[in-house]
Ligand binder design. Structure first.
Ligand code: HEC
Length: 308
C-alpha cells in the first residue's frame, strides 16, 4: 500500500512537472507569436510615445485620412488667401504638409519653388525652439487666430501633432541634397530592407504592387522615391494614413536604414514605360489591383482613436 502511494506521488510530481513544463513551453511560444510580451511600464510608455509620434506624422500628412471622426473642409483654409502662387483648393489647403512641406522647411525647402510654393515658413525652427505645449497652442490659434484647427481636429490630435513636431521631425538635408539626390546610402542593403519589409502582400518585388496614382498616371514606390524623396522619407517613417503600412518610427529603424532604402527605391520602376516587362512577370500576382485607399474593406481612413 505504502509502496503504491509512493509510486503514485512520484508519478503525480513527475506529471505535474512535465505538464507545467509543457505549458510553460506552450505559453512561451504562443505568447511570443500571438501576444506581445509583457511590457514593463517603461517599455509601454516608450511604445505609446512612438505611436503618438507616428500618428502625429500621419496627421501632418493628411489628418482627415488619419482620423475616423472628422469632417473634410470644403472651403479653403483661412490663411490660403495670404498667398496666390499655389492653386490648390479645398481640403488640400488644410494639410499641414501643403503649407509647411514634406521636409518641414516650407519656403526654405523643396516647396520653395514649383506648384506647391506658398511662401509660408516651415515648422523646423519652431519645433526646435518651442515646447510641446507651445506647439499645441499654435494649432489652437494661440499665436494666430487663422491657424486655429480646433474646429476640425480634436485636442488629442493636436497633442499628437505636437509630439510629432517635437520628437519626430528629422533634418532631411542629412539624407538628400537640395536637388533631391540621396547623400550616400547603400542600395544593396536597401534592396534587402525592401525585400524584407515592403514587398510581401503590398508593394511587390519591384514596387509596382500598389499604384498611388491612377492607370493614366501611375505612381509607385519608385516614382515617389525618385521625384519626392522628402515625401518618401516622411511616409516610410510615419506610415501612410488610412492604410496598414507600418511605421519606421514605431519599428525603431535607424536613419541609415531609411537612407539605404531610399537609395534602392529610386532604382525601381517610376512609370508605365518602365513596368511593361515587369507587369508580365509580376502583374499576374494581383498586386497591381491594390490601388491605394480602396483595397481594405470600408477603408481609406483611420489610425484608430488618438492616444490618451
Ligand atoms: C494654409 C496654410 C497652413 C496650414 C494648412 C498649416 N499651417 Fe502652420 N502656419 C502657417 C502660417 C502662414 C504660419 C505662420 C503664422 C504666423 O505666425 O502668423 C504657420 C505657423 C505654424 C507654426 C509656428 C511656426 C513658427 O515659426 O512660429 C507651427 C508649429 C505650425 N504652423 C504647424 C502646423 C501644423 C501642425 C499644421 C497642420 C495641422 C499646420 N501648421 C497647417 C500656414 C499653415
Amino acid at each position: 500500500m505504502k509502496r503504491i502511494t509512493i509510486a503514485l506521488s512520484i508519478l503525480a510530481v513527475f506529471t505535474t512537472t512535465a505538464w507545467s513544463q509543457m505549458r510553460g513551453d506552450m505559453r512561451g511560444r504562443s505568447s511570443q507569436q500571438i501576444f506581445p510580451q509583457q511590457y514593463s511600464q517603461e517599455q509601454y510608455d516608450k511604445l505609446n510615445e512612438l505611436m503618438r509620434e507616428s500618428r502625429g506624422g500621419q496627421l501632418y500628412d493628411n489628418w482627415w485620412k488619419t482620423t475616423i471622426d472628422t469632417e473634410k473642409p470644403k472651403k479653403d483654409h483661412p490663411l490660403w488667401k495670404e498667398q496666390s502662387t499655389n492653386k490648390r483648393s479645398g481640403y488640400d489647403t488644410y494639410r499641414c504638409k501643403e503649407c509647411h512641406g514634406w521636409d518641414y522647411r516650407g519656403k526654405d525647402g523643396a516647396y520653395g519653388k514649383g506648384s506647391h510654393y506658398t511662401g509660408f515658413k516651415g515648422v523646423h525652427e519652431a519645433a526646435k525652439k518651442m515646447s510641446i505645449k507651445e506647439l499645441e497652442t499654435v494649432n489652437k490659434g494661440g499665436t494666430n487666430k487663422k491657424h486655429d484647427f480646433t474646429e476640425h481636429i480634436s485636442t488629442n490630435d493636436i497633442a499628437d501633432l505636437a509630439v510629432f513636431m517635437k520628437k519626430g521631425l528629422i533634418d532631411t538635408s542629412k539624407f538628400v541634397n537640395n536637388e533631391g539626390m540621396p547623400i550616400g546610402g547603400n542600395p544593396r542593403t536597401g534592396s534587402y530592407i525592401f525585400r524584407r519589409n515592403c514587398t510581401h502582400m503590398c508593394h511587390g518585388t519591384v514596387g509596382i504592387g500598389i499604384n498611388f496614382g491612377d492607370s493614366e498616371k501611375p505612381e509607385f514606390v519608385g516614382t515617389v522615391a525618385y521625384k519626392n524623396p522628402w515625401e518618401f522619407i516622411h511616409k516610410v517613417r510615419n506610415g501612410q494614413p488610412g492604410t496598414r503600412m507600418p511605421s519606421a518610427i514605431i519599428n525603431d529603424w535607424s536613419e541609415k536604414d531609411i537612407l539605404d532604402l531610399l537609395s534602392f527605391a529610386r532604382t525601381l520602376p517610376k512609370d508605365t514605360s518602365e513596368i511593361g516587362w515587369w507587369r508580365n512577370l509580376w502583374g499576374g500576382m494581383g498586386h497591381h489591383r491594390m490601388m491605394h485607399g480602396d483595397y481594405r474593406p470600408g477603408s481609406g481612413r483611420g489610425f484608430g482613436p488618438s492616444m490618451e
